[in-house]
Design a protein around this ligand. Structure first.
Ligand code: DGL
Length: 270
């Protein structure tokens, strides 16, 4: 048993897709969330910058005495060196492993699509794992650099014409390839899930990395004896830019936004 909070971070709002699931699966856990809204997006940046930002994000969460760190970010999960993660004083998980495993179980025709940020697609992280898990798999990849700014600016209402236009363009190769499973390889994309599902149709399984990773994290906490011993936990949110934009979109997305405080911090200090 361990009542310290779980630390979750992302470059911005996308990690809330993991927080929403964690709140649902583990209502007794405290969560400290950091969204690096002052430096979003990470996806178009080079590897060294992403690793440096990740180190600061982790240092901030460790300063909050977290018991576990979830990188609720496909870009960080695809870029941060696993050897470095293994040296951290608390367990660390990214989103790629659980997401790739779920896609491997889901596909019937062995045609899997991967959408992601430019850094995630460039890293080949999903490809490497999927090829190990699904012999003969055919992977269709698509970098979608415009989607993160779209989400961060709140263009997430179903049927939004700008979002629909972009998604149609990005998803066309997936439709042509006949994928039956599509990895939403960036935690921001599930905020656009309704529109993606509409374009891809009911026969395509969409894999939400925040959701499946939260499920895996629950199992891991239980195996490690780290679950909290209380009925209701709290969420605290930290951002590196003005909290106002974050609050309005977070409210829209989390629905029953739990009224957890949102504080601005200076991430450069970490
Ligand atoms: N939500 C993130 C991801 O999963 C980061 C997006 C970005 O900052 O570019 O990749």
């Amino acid at each position: 048993m361990d009542n310290r909070p779980i630390g979750v971070f992302d470059s911005g709002l996308g990690g809330l897709t993991g927080v929403r699931e964690l709140r649902h699966l583990l209502p007794g856990e405290d969560i400290v969330y950091f969204g690096d809204t002052g430096r979003v997006p990470y996806g178009p940046r080079g590897k060294d910058t992403i690793v440096q930002y990740t180190r600061q994000d982790i240092a901030f969460l460790l300063s909050k005495n977290v018991k576990y760190i979830m990188a609720a970010c496909g870009t960080v999960s695809s870029t941060y060196p696993p050897e470095e993660a293994a040296q951290l004083p608390v367990p660390f998980c990214g989103v790629v492993g659980a997401t790739a495993r779920t896609a491997a179980w889901a596909t019937k025709n062995r045609r899997v699509g991967v959408m992601g940020t430019p850094a995630t697609i460039r890293s080949g992280s999903y490809e490497v794992l999927l090829k190990q898990l699904v012999p003969g798999v055919e992977i269709t990849k698509q970098a979608c650099p415009m989607l993160v700014p779209l989400v961060e600016n709140g263009y997430i209402q179903d049927g939004n014409p700008v979002a629909m236009l972009l998604l149609q363009e990005y998803l066309e190769p997936m439709q042509k390839a006949g994928v039956d499973t599509l990895i939403l390889g960036c935690t921001h994309y599930p905020l656009l899930k309704g529109m993606i599902a509409k374009i891809m149709g009911d026969d395509v399984t969409l894999i939400d990395p925040g959701k499946v990773t939260a499920e895996a994290l629950k199992r891991d906490l239980s195996e490690k004896g780290l679950l909290a011993d209380r009925a209701n936990g709290e969420a605290h949110y930290f951002v590196s830019d003005d909290p106002d934009g974050f609050i309005s979109v977070a409210d829209l997305f989390l629905g029953e936004y739990r009224g957890g405080p949102v504080e601005q911090i200076s991430i450069e200090k970490y």
